[in-house]
Design a protein around this ligand. Structure first.
Ligand code: ADP
Ligand code: MG
Length: 724
């Protein structure tokens, strides 16, 4: 949820106009309609409101307060505590004349409530003050009491006029003298306007409540308010505790959101299962030959994953499976074996990687292992010449190429498969669902999908991001690995570390030296890595190579291959080596500015070493001062090599966006649920989602769930109503 940076303005709420509800031009009939431009809002402010909150009434209500301001009435001026926000009902005694427009002079207004005099001061007075402070009338003031040698004063208070009739006056006092929710703001749109719009939306919620979609038993069990009650309570905090994620109102709203997400994902999953897929045949001659030629047996986890995948492949419905495994756990091997099964049963396969380097490495592996079996392997990347691409695409269309390895270039419309049977997508979180769909285009039968991720995804997030996707996990690593020793050091030890590399190089081993992405700007990124490269060159001469994101793919590949061939001992690089690159002889990973990386990312980088039997080191270099969070991250990394543990920790310390990468988290952005604080609601939401899809529903229940989906995931509601 949004931080409080924007709400510093809260104590000088300028809005002099009464915070009554804004009048909507049309009486809305549903919270799910768009709100019109509220009276008094300028078109520019209207646009800002829509950008800040969203276009619908319900979106206004999902903009939750992050702070509050106690404007409860103070008995008298005399009793008002100095330095605190007070709300007073006072009579206007005297008002200084307004200074001429070009003269900057404060204006003072004398007021009293009979208990003591009070001066109200405005340093930048305007004509509105004449209307706001009619002499002889009563007004409500709210602001911070100060004192000087002339007595008590209020500077720039908020002011409300008091209606003449007693009833109306009391209503107004009750309305003003209370605890006010304070909302995150955007430039050009003040608290006053936001509160007014939200109050109006609360009226709409009251007049046209949405049906209850949570089972009554569940609400009782967890002591949850109704949806409308929750909205009202969330916008009417009485204590600081009401602003916390675990407040009943916020818990209820978070659960609603997670429920809707689960419903949408699981519904899509069921629809996917309902598609006709390929029941791949049982031939495994080539697979057996391949296994016999491997210099090592598969690990138990690899075998289990393969069994699961094969069962999916031979079933007549499309597979959608996530293969999770830490770096070096042997996912690629499982992928190749899965592809082999599909290919030897007459279909084509695709192996897609997020970067050029990784695609090339996968291609090299595929060629090494599959070509000897007589399988045609092609490589398709963006950097190939148009003629090369055209020839390859022709061969793919004719079914001549059996396995195509590549980058997202594979998802272009011009790539048409003859008979695509299985797509293996490496590092799913860098690809969206769209790419997945693009691969299936033009295929009469839905191809099977295997998604590999080396970022262990905490269970809570996996549910949120992938719904009910089937999962295979490679938890154990292939035998013969020695643990990696992780050291955390300050950057004043740089020279010492560079010195110690000498010993490593003398032993014939290799090292990575990673410089971080600075603010994602490739310029500074480049200069960082380049200056480090020049510095190391002074010690190690031409044993040092440089690899960075701005190089041409061909050059990157050349350097990488040369490093693999041990033509260099030290590879200085930006994070382009982050995933997948395999050099078993590399035993040292130095990471500069480790404090700027996330845990998962550091863990990935560390996984580049320790891939052989040699003892390996990872040296995390930080620049002081280290924030407590960064300190905790680096410590966690030093203490554990368990990717799943580290991913949970990362989630706790930095939130889901960082764990999954910006793209994926954009797709699964939550507004009300906080994936850390509301973790415990995930299983509940998941359960609700599957119950809704398996139990018979009556028309009212179906409708309620359609409205739940419309509330949170508008796009999917139509599918649901069509009865898919
Ligand atoms: P990942 O893709 O999960 O990062 P890889 O499939 O690249 O892991 O495997 C890492 C290394 O381990 C590779 O060099 C691979 O040849 C090797 N490897 C894979 N499976 C086994 C196994 N069962 N036993 C020994 N080594 C293995
Ligand atoms: Mg199948």
């Amino acid at each position: 949820m949004s931080g409080g940076t924007q709400s510093q303005t809260t104590n000088k709420l300028k809005a002099p106009k009464p915070a009554t509800k804004a009048v909507a031009a049309v009486r809305p009939s549903s919270l799910l309609e768009d709100y019109p431009k509220l009276n008094g809002l300028t078109p520019a402010q209207y646009t800002k409101l829509q950008t800040l909150c969203g276009p619908r009434w319900i979106d206004l209500l999902f903009h939750l307060p992050t702070k509050m301001l106690d404007r409860s009435a103070t008995p008298t001026i005399a009793a008002a505590p100095v330095g605190e926000t007070v709300t007073l009902i006072v009579q206007v005694l005297r008002r200084q004349p307004l200074p001429p427009r070009h003269i900057k002079r404060p204006m003072t207004i004398d007021v009293t409530d009979g208990s003591a005099p009070l001066r109200v001061m405005y340093f930048n007075p305007g004509y509105w003050l004449e209307r706001a402070y009619p002499v002889g009338e009563t007004v409500i003031l709210s602001g911070k009491i100060e004192t000087d040698n002339k007595g008590r004063k209020l500077i720039h208070p908020d002011v409300w006029s008091l209606p003449k009739s007693e009833d109306n006056a009391n209503t107004k006092i009750n309305h003003v003298a209370r605890i006010w929710p304070l909302y995150p703001l955007t430039a050009g749109l003040g608290q006053g306007w936001l509160s007014r719009a939200i109050l109006t939306a609360l009226d709409v919620a009251e007049d046209c409540p949405l049906p209850e979609w949570l089972p009554a038993s569940l609400r009782e069990q967890h002591n949850l308010p109704t949806f409308t009650e929750a909205l009202k309570a969330a916008h009417n905090p009485q204590t600081e505790a009401d602003l916390q994620p675990n407040a009943p109102a916020r818990t209820r709203l978070a659960l609603d959101e997670l429920y809707a997400t689960q419903l949408a994902l699981q519904h899509a999953r069921v629809a996917n299962r309902g598609q006709r897929g390929i029941a791949h045949g049982k031939s495994h001659l080539l697979t057996d030959r391949f296994l016999a030629s491997l210099p090592f047996p598969l690990t138990q986890d690899q075998q289990n994953a393969l069994t699961e995948i094969r069962a999916d492949l031979s079933a007549p419905r499309p597979m959608l499976r996530l293969l999770q495994g830490d770096v070096g756990s042997g996912k690629t091997m499982v992928a190749l074996l899965s592809l082999l099964k599909v290919i030897e049963n007459g279909h084509q396969g695709v192996l897609m990687a997020p970067t050029e380097i990784l695609a090339q490495q996968l291609y090299a592996n595929a060629v090494k292992y599959l070509q000897p079996l007589g399988i045609t392997v092609g490589l398709l990347t963006g950097s190939m010449s148009a003629a090369q691409k055209k020839r390859l695409k022709d061969h793919i269309r004719q079914g001549f190429v059996q396995l195509t390895v590549g980058t997202h270039a594979l998802t272009e419309d011009s790539v048409v498969f003859d008979k695509l049977g299985l797509a293996v997508i490496d590092e799913q979180h860098r690809f969206g669902v769209k790419q997945r769909v693009a691969l299936s285009a033009n295929q009469p039968l839905a191809p099977d999908m295997l998604i590999m991720t080396a970022t262990p995804i905490p269970r809570t997030l996996a549910l949120t991001a992938f719904g009910d996707m089937d999962t295979s996990i490679l938890a154990q690593k292939p035998p013969g690995r020695t643990p990696i020793t992780t050291l955390v050091m300050a950057d004043d030890k740089l020279a010492q570390i560079a010195q110690r590399l000498q010993g490593v190089i003398a032993k014939g081993e290799q090292a990575y030296w990673v410089c971080p992405l600075v603010e994602e700007s490739e310029e500074s990124d480049l200069s960082d890595a380049t200056s480090r490269y020049n510095w190391l060159k002074q010690v190690y001469g031409d044993k040092v190579a440089l690899l960075h994101g701005k190089m041409k793919p061909k050059d990157k590949d050349d350097i990488m291959q040369a490093f693999k061939r041990h033509e260099y001992s030290v590879l200085v690089s930006t994070t382009v080596i982050e995933v997948g690159v395999d050099v078993p002889n590399a035993t040292v990973m130095v990471i500069e500015h480790a404090e700027r990386f996330g845990l998962s990312q550091l863990h990935q980088l560390r996984g580049r070493v320790g891939r052989g039997a040699l003892a390996s080191h990872c040296i995390l270099i930080y620049t002081a001062p280290l924030s407590p969070f960064a300190q905790e991250r680096l410590q966690a990394l030093r203490d554990s090599e368990d990717g799943f543990y580290l991913a949970e920790k990362d989630l706790e310390l930095r939130g889901p966006g960082e764990v999954l990468g910006a793209r994926q988290s954009g797709e699964m952005k939550t507004r009300l649920a906080d994936l850390h604080h509301h973790k415990h609601l995930m299983p509940v939401a998941h359960q609700l989602g599957s119950a809704a899809l398996t139990r018979p529903l009556n028309a009212a229940q179906r409708n309620a769930l359609a409205l739940l989906l419309t509330t949170f995931h508008k796009e999917t509601a139509a599918d649901w109503l069509r009865g898919g």
